[in-house]
Write a protein that binds this ligand. Structure first.
Ligand code: IPM
Ligand code: MG
Length: 382
């Protein structure tokens, strides 16, 4: 037992040192990329696993259609990234193999299909690795249900909390297991500022800070305190304090849910509640996700690889809406606002009002390709 405890203490010391180093790096943070100043914007495309390549192929077709002029003039380049597959990652025993990461870093932004995360073991999720390696600290997830007055934007901290050391826990065999949760000052300040800046720029009146600070006193306590500190810089915006348990209830409380606007949360709560929110919008297949940092940004569906669909041979019926929403977020991020608006409008027609071609995720619905054609034809008619 003593041996295990000594080993764990030594490991904990290393963990603390690495996290303090991360804090120092954050403090000297890079300034944000100004896409309007780039001669060329390189968009990386990675298919991922399961239904990933199927929905990503359609997103690529959509992108090539929308950006035809920019691709022709060389203002935009689409770079297909190979090797972000579970087979290659397992073979190299790396969540994101070095050569794949190097290719990704040559791009300004990445549009990514879902990737398989092995359960247990020590291999980290490719998402978590990419978010850390590219320092994508803000996970922004919009959810809208116009007929119910719901217009939510979630700002989920994306690089720390339970995730940062998720594969570095400690175990004493047959006795106990221990994971770590980390909240840092600069890590919290930057996500809080991103949420309040968004609220200010978009005329939002309230930001809901959501934690479990009554229980996770150190980490969530710090998150909450720092968010309230940053809130003082935005006196026109009300900072509300909520606990995550009651907030999950609030989202299904039709009497009050439309009053929420912007949510600001640590990593794990943000992960969980955004699936709930997406379900309210129509399912996880309907929500896009932006992972943004100062230099890089990655855009993806919020759902997984749907292995059951592949096993049942119905992968071609996957709904690409989530990745199309991510494409819209990406176009907006790199400054192609008019294309983003067009795509958003077409998606609203195709999934909310007209609904002529519907993906059900099964053979009774449209294929991924048919739905993509429908969206592109709708864009042409706008
Ligand atoms: C998400 C996903 C990821 C997460 C997984 C795939 C690691 O659920 O983006 O919400 O937990 O962040
Ligand atoms: Mg999730």
């Amino acid at each position: 037992m003593e041996k295990y405890i000594d080993e764990a203490c030594a490991k904990f010391r290393e963990i603390l040192l690495s996290q303090v180093e991360r804090v120092e790096k954050m403090k000297s943070g890079a300034s944000a990329t100004d896409f309007s100043k780039l001669d060329k914007i390189v968009i990386g495309l990675a298919g991922g696993d399961g239904i990933g390549p199927i929905i990503t192929d359609e997103a690529e077709r959509l992108l090539r259609f929308l950006l035809a002029d920019e691709l022709a003039t060389g203002k935009v380049e689409i770079k297909v990234i190979e090797g972000l597959t579970i087979e290659n990652r397992m073979a190299k025993n790396q969540a994101v193999p070095d050569d794949v990461l190097a290719e990704i870093k040559k791009c300004d932004v990445l549009l990514k299909g879902p990737t398989t995360t092995p359960k247990g073991g020590t291999m980290e999720s490719a998402n978590v690795t990419l978010r850390r390696e590219l320092d994508l600290f803000a996970n922004v997830r919009p959810v809208c249900v116009p007929e119910e007055g719901i217009d939510w934007t979630f700002f989920r901290e994306n690089t720390e909390g339970e995730y940062v050391l998720g594969s570095k826990g400690i175990e004493i065999p047959d006795t106990l297991a221990c994971d770590f949760k980390v909240t840092t000052n600069p890590g919290t300040e930057r996500i809080a500022r991103a949420a309040f800046e968004f609220a200010r720029a978009n005329g939002k009146k309230k930001v809901a800070i959501v934690t479990k600070a009554n229980i996770m006193k150190k980490t969530d306590g710090k998150f909450s305190a720092i968010c309230h500190e940053i809130a003082k810089e935005y006196p026109e915006i009300e900072a509300e304090e909520w606990y995550i348990d009651i907030m999950t209830a609030n989202l299904v409380n039709t009497a009050i849910r439309s009053s929420f606007e912007v949510f600001l949360l640590p990593n794990l709560y943000g992960d969980i509640i955004t699936d709930e929110a997406a379900q309210i919008q129509g399912g996880v297949g309907t929500a896009g996700s932006a992972n943004t940092g100062s230099k890089y940004a990655m855009f993806e569906a919020i759902h997984g690889t749907a292995p059951r669909m592949i096993e049942q041979g119905i992968g071609d019926y996957a709904n690409p809406s989530s990745l199309f929403k991510a494409t819209e977020l990406m176009l907006r991020h790199i400054g192609f606002t008019a294309y983003a608006d067009k795509l958003a409008k077409a998606m609203s027609i195709c999934t909310e009002t007209e609904k002529k071609v519907i993906c059900t995720g099964d053979r009774d619905g449209a294929t991924c390709k048919e739905f993509a054609d429908y969206v592109m034809n709708t864009i042409k008619s706008i």
